[in-house]
Design a protein around this ligand. Structure first.
Ligand code: HEC
Length: 206
């Protein structure tokens, strides 16, 4: 369900699209508003699929061999899931962190940082993560509009085995994480805290 504030954000994106389409950015090759609305829903579904697949894969790996085994899954499977969804849907799917473990892949850019800041204040105001999303349509070229979508990732209790306090992370896991990620910032998170975001971007004008 969309909260009221969320609906406002989405409506604002729709209104912006409509304004852009009416105000002359639109040429024949541009999609119509109806197609943009379906692009919005598709994008939202891709974000949800990414979250669901990540969570299922992680749960299975944890049940299979505990956190030490699941590290490899987070390292290789998460980017694989993102890549598969990206190719299948001709979009780009990423995962970023408020404090990144993987500095190359997980560090948010300027727009993603803005989305994370909005999520922090919405969560602080008591909104639920599943009600929150942030969407913007950016003009990136003469005829190109880019839809940028972000959905919060909130820490769950099982995540503390690798993202929690030093007491919650076993010595073996700490050791392996330190070897793989010498600049790891993604620890000391508490359940319920904003851990990061799923990002989906797509061109609207192809
Ligand atoms: C078994 C250890 C482990 C568990 C459990 C775990 N993670 Fe991670 N997490 C990792 C590793 C390793 C990475 C770095 C992956 C990479 O190299 O891209 C990571 C990266 C991330 C990132 C990407 C941003 C960054 O910091 O690089 C997010 C977001 C994230 N984890 C969220 C979660 C959430 C939410 C949970 C619980 C549902 C969770 N993780 C559980 C090990 C874990």
């Amino acid at each position: 369900m969309l909260s009221q504030k969320n609906t406002v954000t989405v409506n604002a994106a729709k209104a912006l699209l409509t304004v852009m389409l009416i105000s002359g950015f639109a040429v024949k090759a541009q999609p119509g508003p109806a197609r943009n609305e379906s692009a919005m829903q598709e994008t939202r579904d891709i974000g949800a699929a990414m979250l669901k697949e990540l969570s299922q894969t992680l749960q299975a790996a944890m049940a299979d061999g505990g956190p030490l085994n699941a590290i490899g899954v987070c390292k290789t499977k998460a980017p694989e899931i993102a890549m598969t969804l990206s190719m299948k849907n001709q979009v780009q799917v990423y995962r970023v962190g408020t404090r990144a473990r993987n500095q190359d892949m997980g560090t948010p850019n300027e727009w993603q940082t803005k989305a994370l800041e909005k999520f922090q204040s919405r969560l602080a105001a008591g909104d639920k993560a599943y009600d929150i999303e942030y969407v913007e349509v950016i003009k990136t070229g003469a005829y190109d509009l880019e839809l940028r979508y972000a959905k919060p990732i909130v820490l769950q209790p099982m995540c503390t085995a690798c993202h929690g306090t030093p007491e919650q992370i076993s010595p073996e896991v700490k050791d392996k994480l330190a070897k793989l990620y010498p600049n790891d910032k993604a620890v000391n998170y508490k359940p319920g805290e904003l851990r990061g975001a799923v990002i989906v971007t797509r061109l609207l004008s192809h």
